[in-house]
Each structure stands twice: as structure tokens, then as C-alpha cells.
Ligand binder design. Structure first.
Ligand code: OGA
Ligand code: ZN
Ligand code: ZN
Length: 376
């Protein structure tokens, strides 16, 4: 961990110099709002004051840095005292940053991120390692998941909370007569995010292979984030169009009429890509300004072409007992066509919200860090 070698009030806030020579700055209002003293926070960590209770322009009276790098700020306001650990300040460095724990990949990804379910289910360290690999790549496989209908939702409830939809708590991906979705045919499916017509779109998708006897039906995965970065680098105006003009998605059958409107590429205020929504089957059109329609379609075509590049497509075959977990708004999935006359194929799928899984990941990180500290 870096130490703080110097912390001092600077116009409008606190400036710090770290032991590696880098500097940080926190505006006074941000810092005052983060005060964790017993007057400001309940023991459970929740805030006891409201924004209107704070001075609009808090002023720092003096700053001292303790031996362990804890920074103590005395405010002019009634001599209020706040302390901030170096770790807190480090983790809340306000500079723009890309999450470091992301690895972009393509067809040449050497090893699939995977783990044995029997091991993961019993061992928190193994579960954490698997979830970290999932987080890094936007997908990961579990092997040896019991080949039992319903198991996909059991795994879903273990890594998060299964979200029930109009397809039920889970759905069967099987070739059937009179299908309400092309997924329930033997046709190949181009890579896509599932259900962009929902709001919110499912954050996590699980697919569990129960039977895989039919020839064909191989799985395809593409890193949508990597493809969108390629689009940004090679055709910035087209990237901009896909990030700005909302597209509509729709799914309608006898019992449901689901619609949502969102850009194909979502970016945050710093321009970082936060989500990809791409689904040829349920794309309903755009209703942006008429002069943007042609250029938008040109951009859509370019992006679709990039997603189809063989160098992007990771192709592998799920075997019974394999369960694929994907960040639905990053790792786009598809399949090759299969021949349902020559054998059966049966997957079960379900959706889990992203927040539950991310929470599980943080809890495991915390538990494991605590047990390591206890062992030291
Ligand atoms: C789906 C889907 C892939 C497959 O059901 O959403 O994409 O391999 N299925 O059948
Ligand atoms: Zn306080
Ligand atoms: Zn799908």
C-alpha cells in the first residue's frame, strides 16, 4: 500500500502526495460529506445528516497526518474533526480510472475461465477465485454441475438471486413446435445479449447443458466490450452514433409485450463503456432524428461485422454438466445451428441480477481477507 507523505489544505479542498510521488485532490464538500465520525454516521455506516445540513463551502482549518498515514482534518465549522484512513483515500482517488480488473479477449483466449462446481460449492476461496475470473472476462464456466433439471436456478440462487420473468424462474432451451422465440428452434443464433427489451436488462445469464446429442449447437462467445473498443478506435463517429441514438427492442407474444429503448453501446460520463445491448431478433428499430437514420444503420452494420469476425468468436461445445455464466451486457453469446432430427439438445437457463453477484464477490473478498489477516 502506498503511504501519504504529505497532506495539506489547498484551495477548496485537500491535496495529498503519495509515497510513489503521485498526487491526489479531494474537494472539501466531498471530503466533509464522507466524514465517518459518530456524529455523522450511525455505527452501521449509514449517514445521519442530510446534504442541506452541511455548510455549502466547508473550509479546512488544519490537517495533520499520523504515523500510519491516517489524515485528520479539523474543519472551521464548529471545530468538527474528520479522520480518513490512507486506504480510504487511496480507494477514493477521484481521478478518472478504468476498472483495472478487466481483461479484453478474443478467439485466441488461451484458457476458458472455469472451475469445478463440486469444489466451488464447498470452498469459499475456490468460489472467490472463480468469481474473480468471471469478473475479469465477463464470463466463466462451471464444470460438473449435476445434470438435473432445475439445477441452473439453484446455482443462480447461490451466486445471486434468480430473477423470475415471463419465461418463468428458468426456461428450457429446446427445439419445439410453434416457438415464441428463435432460441427454441434448431436455428443458429448470432451473438447477442439476452432480453434487451427488459428494463433493467438481465445482468447475468446462466445456461446449463443437460443434453447435447444433436450434431451442431456449439456455443459462441464474443467480448462485446472489446468489439466496441475496436469500433471506437477505428470509426469514432460510428461509435458515437451507437452510443447516443437509442434503439428500441421488443418481445411480444400472447402473454407479454415487453419494450425498452436504449443505445447499443452505453457509456458513462468518462466515456467508459458500461454495457452493450445487441440482439438481432428483438431489435425493433430506431426513432432518432431522420437525418441520423442512414449513418446509424451504417454504424450498426460495422459493429455487427466486427462481432462476426472469426478472430473475436470463441467457439466451444458445452457438454452435459457444463454451466456457462455470462455478463449479459458484455459477453455476447450465440450458437451454431444443430440438427434436431439426429439427436436431442436441451439447455436450461435463468437470469440473475448483477448486484447480488457483485455483493457475493465483495463478501467473499472480505471474508477471505479477514481469514488471511487472522492467520498472519
Ligand atoms: C438463449 C440462447 C444459446 C444456445 O436461449 O438465449 O442464446 O446455445 N441459447 O442454445
Ligand atoms: Zn463528522
Ligand atoms: Zn441468448
Amino acid at each position: 500500500m502506498r503511504r501519504i507523505v504529505l497532506a495539506e489544505p489547498e484551495k477548496g479542498g485537500l491535496a495529498a502526495t503519495w509515497s510513489d510521488g503521485t498526487t491526489s485532490f479531494w474537494p472539501a464538500i466531498w471530503l466533509r460529506d464522507q466524514c465517518a465520525c459518530p456524529q455523522c454516521r450511525h455505527p452501521n455506516g449509514q449517514r445521519l445528516f442530510e446534504i442541506g445540513d452541511l455548510p455549502e463551502h466547508p473550509e479546512i482549518d488544519r490537517v495533520t497526518t499520523q504515523a500510519d498515514s491516517t489524515v485528520r482534518v479539523v474543519w472551521k465549522e464548529e471545530g468538527h474533526v474528520s479522520t480518513y484512513s490512507a486506504l480510504f483515500l487511496y480507494e477514493n482517488n477521484l481521478k478518472p480510472r478504468r476498472p483495472a480488473s478487466i481483461k479484453l479477449w478474443g478467439a485466441d483466449l488461451a484458457e476458458l475461465p472455469e472451475a469445478d462446481w463440486l469444489w466451488v460449492a464447498r470452498n469459499p476461496a475456490a468460489e472467490l477465485a472463480w468469481l474473480e475470473a468471471y469478473h475479469l472476462h465477463g464470463f466463466a464456466l462451471l464444470r460438473n454441475v449435476p445434470v438435473r433439471p432445475g439445477m441452473v436456478a439453484e446455482v443462480g440462487d447461490r451466486i445471486g438471486f434468480v430473477r423470475t420473468t415471463n419465461y418463468g424462474r428458468l426456461f428450457d432451451v429446446i427445439s419445439e413446435p410453434d416457438p415464441n422465440n428463435l432460441a427454441y428452434t434448431a436455428l443458429g443464433l448470432g451473438v447477442h445479449s439476452d432480453n434487451p427489451y427488459r428494463d433493467p436488462t438481465p445482468g447475468v445469464q446462466l445456461l446449463h447443458c443437460l443434453v447435447c446429442e444433436a450434431p451442431g449447437g456449439d456455443s459462441i462467445l464474443v467480448d462485446g466490450l472489446a468489439a466496441a473498443e475496436q469500433l471506437r478506435a477505428e470509426a469514432p463517429e460510428q461509435f458515437e452514433l451507437l452510443a447516443r441514438v437509442p434503439a428500441s427492442f421488443r418481445f411480444a407474444d400472447k402473454n407479454a409485450d415487453l419494450q425498452a429503448r436504449r443505445p447499443l453501446i452505453s457509456i458513462d460520463i468518462e466515456g467508459e463503456i458500461t454495457a452493450i445491448h445487441f440482439n438481432n431478433r428483438s431489435f425493433a428499430g430506431i426513432d432518432g432524428p431522420v437525418e441520423l437514420v442512414e449513418p446509424w444503420y451504417a454504424a450498426y452494420r460495422t459493429f455487427a461485422r466486427m462481432l462476426k469476425e472469426p478472430a473475436r468468436q470463441l467457439v466451444f461445445r458445452l457438454a452435459p454438466g457444463d454451466l456457462l455464466v455470462m455478463q449479459n451486457e458484455r459477453a455476447l453469446h450465440g450458437r451454431t445451428a444443430f440438427d434436431a432430427n439426429l439427436g436431442r439438445r436441451h439447455l436450461q437457463g435463468c437470469y440473475v441480477d448483477k448486484d447480488g453477484l457483485e455483493s457475493r464477490l465483495r463478501i467473499l473478498r472480505r471474508q477471505i481477507a479477514e481469514s488471511q489477516q487472522a492467520a498472519e
